[in-house]
Design a protein around this ligand. Structure first.
Ligand SMILES: N[C@H](CCC[C@H](N)C(=O)O)C(=O)O
Length: 264
């Protein structure tokens, strides 16, 4: 056992435990990550992040969901590790290299190109990802987008009328999504997009950065809005900018709550 320092942070209430393992290695299994993320028996978080050395970037970001599964992208946590670094950095993730810049207390991440083909999401078989011919009860005709992690987006009349705590897990585990999926329900209002997310491996969260990116891309592809677009989540608002063919830019705040030590 050794003592390891961690940072408790959040991006609009999507919360993280972040270990900086660039100087001292920290091997973590999915089971250990799940135990640490447990809100009753561990520290508690939506995702657990480990910053590691990288040959290609300032650091590598390993991402564990609350259930112990690994993900290749986490937009809100990416903003938090840039804020921790305290300077503009390049981050290596399982989905490629991301750029992070700090300005006026907010962090902007270049989230790279969205994945739009069925096999980039991935889906179990070929279909048009802009208007998918599928549905689950009242949720139908979604869009699929990858931000390095899989997202399905439903545009509805009112996000608060959707029983996401029941339909979310049903869709997350549907065989159409071989790697499971993050489930986004959104509606368009005068002030931008309103979004609620059932996250793969974490459930209902107060905010989802990649979900906000994927939903903005879906809305722009369907010509509902043009970028930059405010995306209002239960925990607050992100600004997403994207032009077809370009990289997705996400801007939003981060909060450092406390630093702790734990024996691992
Ligand atoms: N649950 C996601 C990872 C975290 C995404 C979210 N917290 C964000 O800010 O992008 C997945 O398994 O793909």
């Amino acid at each position: 056992m050794a003592q390891h320092r961690f940072h408790k942070m959040h991006g609009l209430g999507n919360d993280f435990v972040i270990f900086d393992a660039r100087e001292h290695d920290l091997a973590l299994s999915g089971d250990q990550a799940r135990a640490l993320a447990d809100r009753h028996r561990g520290i508690g978080c939506d995702q657990l992040i480990v910053m590691r050395p990288s040959q290609r970037a300032d650091f590598f970001m390993q991402i564990f969901n609350q259930d112990g599964s690994e993900a290749a992208a986490c937009g809100n946590a990416t903003r938090c590790v840039v804020a921790l670094a305290g300077r503009d950095v390049t981050i290596e993730t399982g989905a490629g290299l991301l750029g992070g810049t700090l300005a006026d207390g907010a962090v902007t991440i270049d989230m790279g190109l969205p994945g739009l083909d069925w096999n980039a999401i991935p889906l179990a078989y070929a279909m048009d990802t802009l208007t998918m011919p599928v549905g689950w009860e009242d949720l139908a005709d979604p869009v699929a987008v990858s931000m390095g992690n899989p997202h399905v987006i439903f545009f509805v009349a009112d996000t608060h009328a959707v029983e996401l705590e029941r339909l979310g897990p049903m869709i997350e585990h549907d065989p159409l999504f071989p790697e499971r999926v993050n489930v986004n329900v959104a509606h368009l209002a005068d002030d931008g997009l309103h979004l609620r997310v059932w996250e793969r491996g974490a459930g209902l969260t107060q905010a989802c950065g990649t979900g906000a990116c994927a939903t903005a891309v879906a809305a722009i592809r369907r010509k509902l809005v043009t970028g930059p677009v405010p995306v209002h989540l239960p925990g607050g608002t992100l600004i997403i900018d994207w032009q077809p063919g370009g990289h997705v830019q996400m801007t939003g705040p981060t909060t450092h709550v406390f630093t702790g030590e734990i024996d691992l």
